[in-house]
Write a protein that binds this ligand. Structure first.
Ligand code: PLP
Ligand code: COI
Length: 341
């Protein structure tokens, strides 16, 4: 029985669900893992995650399709990216097949929380791993916990498809040769001051530029950028070693080329080019595709011709095609959809 939740009015928040998957790494190996009821974690006051932020995470969603199945989108890529994140922070890797199995188990165990088709909501899954044993000298932990919880969510930005306004941040998110290309909690800690300040100043998000030269567009705190050329025929998306390789963005590059016949450019994007683009959007699991209407750089406004009322026409096509694939209305490329029920 589906839970009695007002699905259509959900924001992007945490609602505790029934079960979570937990697996522990001790003496050099992972245990079998299990679904448990307890949503709380007890650990040492000196746990490595608490002292030195040794934690990495992922984000993916489960959807109810038009014909009533429950699926998730490319979980194998989340499994692979978690491996990359773990290696960078000297953590043991979680086997990729076990990751996908754990995703399936977590969704199955919380199936009543998967929002119905057409509600606008989805079930967000948060896999994560952290160093749990006491560590006081700076070194990696020896014991780890891997968990997945899930929570039903609505749109990441209030207003859903309404274009947002972002500003160029004065602080950097990621250093060259730093950790911007992995999904480590520390990258998000680093963005908290900037996001609070952006909200206080009336902006929805921050645009981070490359830390070395501050001339190139990187990403926001939680999504990659896509831009559409003036003639509407090209999708341009920033390439950099310090942005997170978004699964949504990589998927949209395929959708743009194979489904919509656009040319795709994955390259360095200079901030000065923004004025030449017709549309701008943020893409990510949480953000899906959120249109950006305006970028403000210290008082100077760059307004995209698509305007502040609606998603631009090409962004809309990308959005409709991507969500159509995720919700089973449009045939997916081989291997993109993992059917759970
Ligand atoms: N960039 C950052 C910093 C993110 O946190 C996310 C969210 O996962 C993304 C981009 C989008 O990545 P994905 O499409 O894999 O969710
Ligand atoms: C996601 O899109 O899954 C993320 O992790 C972004 C986060 C800022 C909510």
């Amino acid at each position: 029985m589906s839970k009695n939740i007002d699905w259509s009015n959900l924001g992007f928040g945490y609602i505790q669900t029934d079960k979570r998957f937990v697996s522990n790494f001790k003496d050099g190996k992972w245990d079998e893992g299990a679904l448990i009821d307890d949503a709380n974690i007890t650990m040492s006051e000196c746990a490595c995650v608490l002292q030195y932020a040794q934690t990495v995470f992922e984000g993916l969603k489960a959807y109810t399709t038009e014909d009533g199945h429950v699926v998730c989108f490319r979980p194998d890529l989340n499994a692979a990216r978690l491996v990359d994140s773990c290696k960078r922070l000297e953590m043991p890797t979680f086997p990729e097949d076990k990751f996908v199995e754990a995703v399936v188990k977590t969704v199955e165990a919380n199936i009543d929380y998967v929002p119905p088709y057409g509600s606008g909501a989805t079930l967000y899954l948060r896999p994560y791993m952290f160093g749990i044993n006491p560590v006081i000298g700076v070194k990696p932990a020896e014991e780890y916990q891997f968990r997945i919880f899930c929570t039903p969510v609505g749109p990441y930005f209030k207003g859903g498809a309404k274009p947002i306004t972002i500003r160029v941040s004065d602080v950097d998110r990621a250093a060259p040769h730093g950790t911007g290309d992995i999904k480590a909690g520390l990258n998000y800690a680093m963005s908290l001051h900037a996001i609070v300040d952006a909200h206080n100043q009336g902006y929805d998000e921050n645009m981070y530029l490359d830390a070395a030269t501050r001339t190139k567009v990187e990403e926001t705190g939680g999504a990659n950028f896509i831009f559409i050329s003036a003639d509407g025929k090209k999708l341009i998306t920033p390439k950099s070693n310090s942005i997170l390789p978004s699964i949504t963005r990589r998927s949209l590059m395929v959708v743009a080329e194979k489904y919509l016949g656009l040319t795709v450019e994955h390259r360095e994007v200079f901030f000065d080019e923004l004025k030449d683009f017709s549309e701008c959007g943020l893409c990510g699991t949480a953000a899906v595709i959120s249109p950006v209407g305006k970028v403000v750089d210290h008082g100077k406004e760059i307004c995209f011709p698509a305007g502040m009322e609606d998603m631009g026409p090409v962004t809309k096509k990308l959005y409709d095609t991507l969500t159509g694939i995720q919700m089973g209305r449009i045939e997916a490329p081989e291997g993109w959809i993992k059917t759970i029920k």
